[in-house]
Design a protein around this ligand. Structure first.
Ligand code: TXA
Ligand code: MG
Length: 353
């Protein structure tokens, strides 16, 4: 199959292609998505086939505005409604009851559907032209890091999908926060750029301060009595995720990095490794030949670059990627959910759950 490249001026054609059953990858503010018509069973099947994804792992459905909600979900509870109005467009996916017009193949057979309005001008324009809800998982083959640049999609999916919209690198670089309201409590199923503090603030401003908020990242993971634990996990967490094919390890401070390097270099003195970090370490035993240290300006920069840099290093035959794990001790609410999201993705990249 030939994969067409659509430039930003060609979104009308790209939208038409999605509506008529084709698959087109496109940028959002989080990661690139692989879009298909969410009303069509065959488009969902084609998405699973192109990604090599298990078909019981549901897809997120994207819409351009709140007035399209009734096309995808049947009834929105008041708490989800408030969060949607306050935080959309944005990196937030809400799990809601599925409308009968969305085929079960899109939701992996679940009675719920993940819905999101992305905050990206290209995505928005494409969704308007498509004029149907667009089911879009991250545009990578299953188990690979999500693509945050056009070249990553092209390298991974070219020849397997109908088109790719060529946009800029994505602004956030990590997938959306996934959230579910269940029996009057709010559960964060996957941490993303919208953090627990921001959600708490929206609820406070709406006079809903009493609503319990649970996040697996903030030590509130135990689910309350009378709710079903299976509802508070994304089916996708059962599968291997976010991993490049080379070894990945993590460290949290200078001392643990030194210990890790000693351990690795004892095994193999010629090890070709890269360190990705937000801090400079002057005491490292580096010779510069087979090693690289990438220092990011801050956590936002780290998040934006992480997947791209891992895939790039992998293609340059590095043998080990060493990731700085941002600790929780110097948490500031202004940084939003990026720290939790980074912690989650770094743990997964290392193969820890
Ligand atoms: O930022 C994002 O969310 C990107 C962009 C393209 O929007 N999309 C994305 O999709 O990350 P994907 O398919 O790679 O991850 C979706 C996650 C999966 O772990 C899936 O199990 C979960 O969302 N999910 C989807 N629908 C769900 C539902 N009805 N109930 C629970 N989890 C759901
Ligand atoms: Mg994905």
């Amino acid at each position: 199959m030939e994969t067409r490249i659509f430039l930003p001026g060609q979104l009308q054609e790209a939208g038409r292609l999605i509506r008529s059953g084709g698959l087109v990858a496109f940028p959002t503010e989080t990661v690139y998505g692989l879009g298909g018509n969410a009303f069509l069973h065959d488009s969902a099947r084609a998405i699973y086939a192109a990604k090599g994804r298990p078909s019981d792992n549901p897809l997120i459905v994207h819409i351009p505005s709140l007035d399209r909600m009734s096309q995808v979900c049947g009834g929105v509870d008041p708490v989800s409604q408030i969060l949607a109005e306050a935080l959309w467009p944005g990196p937030l996916t809400l799990i809601l009851p599925k409308s009968p017009s969305i085929p079960g193949s899109v939701t992996g057979g679940l009675a719920t559907v993940g819905v999101r309005i992305p905050d990206d001008p290209t995505a928005m324009e494409l969704l308007r032209f498509a004029d149907v809800p667009v089911a879009a998982p991250s545009a990578n083959t299953s188990g690979r890091p999500s693509p945050t640049a056009f070249w990553m999609v092209q390298r991974d999916l070219s020849g397997r999908i109908d088109g790719i919209v060529k946009g800029p690198d994505t602004r956030i670089g990590l997938e959306s926060t996934i959230l579910r309201v269940d029996q009057g409590s709010v559960f964060i199923l996957r941490p993303g750029a919208i953090g627990i503090e921001q959600i708490r603030q929206v609820l406070d401003e709406a006079g809903m301060s009493a609503i319990p908020l649970y996040s697996p990242m903030e030590g509130t993971a135990e689910h309350p009595e009378g709710t079903d634990a299976a509802h508070h996990q994304v089916p996708g967490s059962r599968y291997r995720h976010y991993s490049p094919s080379i070894r990945v390890r993590r460290f949290s401070d200078g001392a643990s990095l030194t210990a890790l390097l000693q351990d690795e270099l004892n095994e193999n003195p010629d090890l070709r490794f890269a360190i990705l970090t937000t801090q400079r370490f002057s005491t490292l035993p580096l010779d510069g030949q087979s090693q690289r240290v990438v220092v990011y300006a801050d956590l936002d920069h780290y998040a934006r670059q992480l997947y791209k840099d891992m895939v790039q290093l992998e293609s340059e035959d590095y043998q080990l990627i060493i990731l700085h794990y941002p600790s929780s001790t110097v948490f500031s609410p202004q940084e939003g959910g990026i720290r939790s999201a980074l912690q989650d993705r770094i743990r997964r990249a290392c193969g820890d759950e």
